[in-house]
Write a protein that binds this ligand. Structure first.
Ligand code: ZN
Length: 189
């Protein structure tokens, strides 16, 4: 397994719509294993393929020690009830903002064995699934902000984007101190 570089805001791959996975091959299994290792190292709770420069429609999530692989995920139901909470993103380090989303969702996806399953998600898992599926459609949480809040977030981002030449975050090279800096009461996805 290896820790992959994480692509940050500005890399066009984050705006690309991903391609459904036709078959779960050894290459896909290896990508998933690497994404889990990368997410653990960066102390995130979710990571989507475009965040590591890939275009396969898949993401990994781990909340409370429960790993979840979603391949070709689709939201099949959304609650009308909404919920607002602060979000961050491993591809936009140190930027956080409140995002309103449906409180509960039902997601249909394929697992690593190639079997289709459905998951009813609430609270943080529902939020995380929506954030990751957005990544797979080329959307970022900043897209949900008001013009004013987005401008403020982008201004803050511009002050630090030079830390990531070529829009690449060298995750494996980050020191424990640097990783601690990214820690936040609300987790990055
Ligand atoms: Zn994200």
């Amino acid at each position: 397994m290896s820790i992959l570089d994480i692509r940050v805001l500005g890399d066009p791959v984050l705006r690309q719509v991903t391609t459904p996975v036709a078959e779960v091959t050894d290459e896909i299994r290896r990508l998933v294993a690497d994404m889990f290792e990368t997410m653990h190292h960066a102390r995130g709770i979710g990571l989507a393929a475009p965040q590591v420069g890939r275009t396969e429609r898949l993401a990994v999530i781990e909340i409370d020690g429960e790993p979840l692989v979603v391949i070709n995920p689709e939201i099949v139901e959304r609650s009308s009830a909404k919920d607002k909470a602060e979000e961050g993103c491993l591809s936009i380090p140190d930027i956080y903002a409140d995002v309103e989303r449906p409180k509960d969702v039902v997601v249909r996806a394929m697992d690593l064995d190639g079997s289709e399953y459905e998951i009813e998600a609430t609270e943080l898992l529902a939020r995380c699934l929506q954030h990751e599926i957005d990544h797979l459609d080329g959307r970022l949480f900043l897209d949900y902000l008001s013009v004013l809040k987005r401008t403020a977030a982008l201004t803050k981002w511009k002050l630090q984007q030079d830390k990531y030449p070529g829009f690449i975050r060298r995750t494996a090279l980050e020191t424990p101190e640097e990783r601690k800096r990214h820690e936040h009461p609300d987790e990055e996805l």
